[in-house]
Design a protein. Structure first.
Ligand code: BMP
Length: 236
């Protein structure tokens, strides 16, 4: 599914919030917790990012069941940060799209996604490249940012990930990418960025995990984040 669909969901719900569903633990607990969270968060969350934590906890079949149950309400993003040679990238993305994922996150640094982007569009799926990670030690990304940015723009990725903790890179990416290349910003609250801040610098979506799924009241937490996002966008 194209990221335009995600933007439509954003407009409908008045939200830019993507949930990182990184539940780790016993299978039954994680499955029921995932279903519970997705059943209560539908008014505030527009997309769900699933990666190694949840998949290792509940298995591929568990992930498939969740996507099947909620595919009409959420945009599903596979986050396995793929970084392989082109034919393996294509084969892996095909499997993920067949599972119901609408977009797939890949690394940019192997420079192996030239063919993958049009291939994914043919499958009606989007590719999001990791441009700048949110943690302090991501110095190789900082040193190579210009090369990664040129590559992301040149191959026409649908979106990029830039840490919300590094707003100056969000601003730079917004200036250098095409307007239809959307920016996803993780690192909100638990890694230090304030909710809504990344949007002010030009991000299109914020990705939030622990501040929602570990909150005593996940719905209240999601609501507060979305309210901050609305204020941030309103102030612009
Ligand atoms: P949390 O909000 O709990 O810090 O989770 C952030 C999520 O975003 C995690 O799923 C993590 O894998 C992802 N992420 C990140 O934190 N920084 C990056 O640079 C790239 C990510 O995908």
């Amino acid at each position: 599914m194209s990221l335009a669909n995600l933007m439509n969901k954003a407009e409908e719900k008045g939200s830019r919030l993507i949930l990182a569903l990184d539940l780790l633990g016993p299978k039954d607990y994680c499955s029921s917790r995932a279903v519970y969270l997705l059943s209560i968060l539908r008014d505030y969350v527009i997309g769900v990012k699933i990666g190694h934590p949840l998949t290792l906890s509940i298995g591929i079949k568990g992930v498939l069941d969740i996507i099947k149950q909620y595919s009409s309400e959420y945009f599903f993003i596979a986050d396995f940060k793929l970084a392989d040679v082109p034919h393996i990238m294509k084969a892996t993305v095909k499997v993920l799209v067949d599972m119901g994922f609408n977009a797939v996150i890949t690394h940019l640094f192997p420079m192996s996604i030239d063919e993958l982007v049009p291939f994914s569009h043919g499958l009606n799926a989007s590719i999001i490249g990791v441009l700048m990670m949110s943690h302090k030690g991501a110095v190789l990304f900082e040193k190579n940012l210009n090369v990664l940015l040129d590559y992301a723009r040149g191959v026409g990725v649908d979106g990029v990930v830039v840490g919300a903790t590094k707003p100056m890179y969000i601003k730079l990416a917004r200036e250098r990418l095409n307007r239809d290349q959307l920016i996803f910003a993780p690192g909100v609250i638990r890694q230090g960025a304030t909710a809504g801040e990344a949007l002010k610098f030009g991000a299109d979506f914020e990705i939030v995990g622990r501040a929602i799924y570990e909150a005593p009241d996940p719905l209240l937490s999601a609501r507060r984040i979305v309210e901050s996002e609305r204020e941030a966008l309103h102030d612009q």
